[in-house]
Design a protein around this ligand. Structure first.
Ligand code: FES
Length: 113
């Protein structure tokens, strides 16, 4: 008999504490509902689960899940995704406006040792 593949099946993320990705997602979503701009770190997730990180082998995966869930949550918060902020253009404009150029108050004959 062929087994149906469950698409929504949980994936074991932390072998030491037997924590699945669904449990981690639920914790993150709960934290984001309390405060959408809260900075969530793996230690907070373990604390909410009343577990302790033992070998830390799962931490990179937990960080990936935190980033993905937080990004998805923030995208859902806005009706339309925000335009990317033009950081490079703004910094370039600020550099051009800065008096004194790039010499950092050194004389033109200054040489670093
Ligand atoms: S795999 Fe998560 S603490 Fe070891």
């Amino acid at each position: 008999m062929r087994r149906e593949r469950n698409v929504a099946a949980s994936m074991l993320v932390c072998q030491c504490n037997v924590i699945t990705d669904n449990e981690i997602r639920q914790i993150i979503l709960g934290l984001l509902k309390e405060d959408p701009w809260r900075i969530i770190v793996p230690a907070l997730v373990y604390s909410e689960l009343n577990k302790r990180c033992k070998c830390a082998g799962c931490v990179p995966n937990v960080v990936d899940i935190i980033l993905a869930v937080t990004e998805e949550y923030h995208l859902q918060m806005t009706e339309k995704p925000a335009e990317p902020y033009p950081v490079h253009a703004r910094l370039s404009a600020m550099r051009r406006k800065r008096p004194g150029g790039r010499n950092e108050r050194r004389s033109t004959g200054h040489r670093a040792a």
